[in-house]
Design a protein around this ligand. Structure first.
Ligand code: SF4
Ligand code: SF4
Length: 101
């Protein structure tokens, strides 16, 4: 009997911005990164990026500072939960609406 190749059983798909449609309109709370607290922003070093890693919609960049694409961010709050520095605050989306008109 041939040995199984474990890799054959792994998913080959990867999430990407827009896979779930324009989910930014779902948002009730908006994640806002405080760059004075965010580890790579504060230190200038490519460290942490938990927000990039855990965002289920892959809408945060792995850059210094990390940038959130609000067109697709659905406001789930996972990034804020996973940030070890508590640098992401979930703010009421309605306060941003007048500025965007
Ligand atoms: S709230 Fe954070 S984790 Fe959730 S979709 Fe938006 S950027 Fe991604
Ligand atoms: S998880 Fe928090 S500290 Fe880490 S890169 Fe994201 S915002 Fe910065």
């Amino acid at each position: 009997m041939k040995p199984y190749k474990f890799s054959n059983f792994l998913s080959k798909s990867e999430s990407g911005p827009g896979d779930g449609g324009r989910t930014g309109s779902w948002r009730v709370l908006r994640p806002v990164i405080d760059t004075t607290v965010c580890i790579p922003s504060k230190t200038g070093k490519p460290a942490c990026f938990n927000c990039w890693l855990y965002c289920p919609d892959a809408v945060i960049t792995k850059t210094i500072p990390p940038v959130i694409d609000y067109e697709y961010c659905k406001g789930c709050g996972i990034c804020a939960q996973e940030c070890p520095a508590n640098a992401i605050e979930m703010q009421d989306e309605s306060q941003f609406a007048p500025k965007e008109k």
